[in-house]
Design a protein around this ligand. Structure first.
Ligand code: NAD
Length: 390
């Protein structure tokens, strides 16, 4: 039985995809083989010996200690694109509430309706001018990051009649193909800042993207720009944003990552981390995370991992070796010669690398003894060896 620990509530539609005869699921299991997580912080989590994989039901993985996972041979999965539509729809809402004061206006109507002797019909006609704002039609939207979410945002903004500029120096071919050809993809982000009435950011948060939108970036933007951050709080430098809001350079800042400080600043619209919080998105993410985790634990296949390469292979032998190792020269030669010295015939093999790490799947036509597995483990640079039997 594989033990799967859930560190957050995971949609039951996702968990239903686990083969009950082989998987035990719970939030209090110990020495688990796999973890399903959404946003629980895992940086201080002590890894049990059995742990082989962590599947994050969502796109961002900054709650998971990726480097520590790689060093321990733990595969980290995410679910790219599974929540992209939910975030895209919230971006549309964010642009609208950043334009007209719909939230303030709706609160004000309630206040009027609950005030004795106020005629709401009369009051709205007198008071509505306090809440007016521009349309988004024919305005320019700048989209930073053209991945799963960014591309959907670009395309829907075009449908809404906006002019769209996109920036992504690492744009993948797949992502580029998803983009409508009318999006102006720029190489220099300052070009996007110069023309955009709305700037929205959709890139991962890490040490190189921290404070991506700071005073310097804001100084390149149009005055009265509306900035949307539904990606991660740390992508926007808070001090610089507050200063820009106070000076009026930024007209509105919509963030899905409020804290006590930013939530109380004038012209900040703070949402309670709602980006991916739709039933559809939670289900999509859970199903994808569960499928990927199950396929890795049962078959050794890797799809959508952030720290190891994608490797999938149809079974063609009686046993399968799943070897996580450093991406260093002569590793394959050493693995193959260990197997051939032990008289083991290889039926099929795939080897791929991702940055400092690599993964080798080897199908063989004999059972692998503990002794052979230990010989492979003793190769310098090999991090983890698993043996699966068909
Ligand atoms: N508010 C929420 O609840 C919520 C939900 C889902 C995702 N997110 C956040 O949104 C982010 C984007 O999600 P996604 O699914 O589109 O991810 P993705 O991986 O599909 O796309 C990210 C894109 O950013 C680009 N990129 C990376 N660094 C860049 C840089 N320095 N400049 C410009 N582009 C850069 C990449 O090339 C990639 O195309 C996630 O990392 C996550 O933090 C938030």
């Amino acid at each position: 039985m594989y033990r799967i620990k859930t560190m957050n509530k995971i949609s039951s539609t996702g968990l239903d995809h686990l083969d009950k005869s082989r998987f035990q699921v719970g939030d209090d299991l110990e020495n688990e083989d796999g973890i399903l997580v959404r946003s629980a912080p895992m940086h201080d989590y002590p890894f049990p010996d059995a742990l082989r994989a962590i599947a994050r039901a969502g796109a961002g993985t900054n709650n998971i200690p990726i480097d520590r996972c790689s060093e321990h041979g733990i595969v980290v999965f995410n679910t790219p694109g599974a929540n992209a539509n939910a975030v895209k729809e919230l971006v549309v809402a964010a642009m609208l509430i950043a334009s007209r004061d719909l939230l303030g206006g709706a609160d004000w109507v309630q206040e009027q309706a609950h005030t004795p002797k106020v005629d709401v019909v009369e009051a709205v006609e007198k008071g509505k001018s306090a809440f007016v704002g521009p349309e988004i039609y024919k305005k320019t939207l700048g989209v930073i990051g053209l991945g799963a979410i960014g591309a959907l945002v670009c395309n829907i903004a075009l449908d809404l009649g906006m002019d769209v500029y996109g920036y992504d120096p690492f744009l993948s071919v797949d992502a580029a193909l998803r983009l409508d050809r009318h999006v102006h993809v720029v190489k220099d982000i300052n070009e996007l800042y110069r023309v955009s009435d709305y700037v929205t950011i959709h890139i991962p948060y890490n040490s190189s993207t921290k404070d991506f939108i700071n005073a310097e970036a804001i100084s390149k933007m149009k005055g009265q720009v509306r900035v949307l951050n539904l990606a991660r709080g740390g992508l926007v430098n808070e001090d610089d944003m507050i200063e820009a809001l106070e000076s009026g350079r930024v007209a509105k800042y919509v963030t899905d990552f409020p804290n006590n400080r930013i939530a109380t600043v004038k012209n900040v619209i703070a949402l309670p981390h709602l980006g991916a919080s739709t039933p559809e998105s939670e289900e999509n993410c859970a199903v994808m995370a569960v499928r990927q985790l199950q396929d890795y634990l049962v078959n050794g296949n890797i799809k959508n991992s952030v720290n190891l390469p994608n490797v999938s292979q149809d079974w063609s032998g009686t046993a399968r070796l799943c070897i996580i190792h450093k991406n260093v020269p002569a590793m394959l030669t050493q693995i193959m010669s260990t197997l051939s010295d032990d008289g083991i015939n290889v039926e099929n093999m795939t080897n791929k690398s991702k940055k400092d790490y690599a993964y080798t799947l080897v199908d063989v036509n004999t059972r692998i003894t503990d002794q052979v597995a230990d010989e492979l483990r003793s190769i310098d640079g090999v991090i983890r060896v698993r043996v699966l039997n068909h």
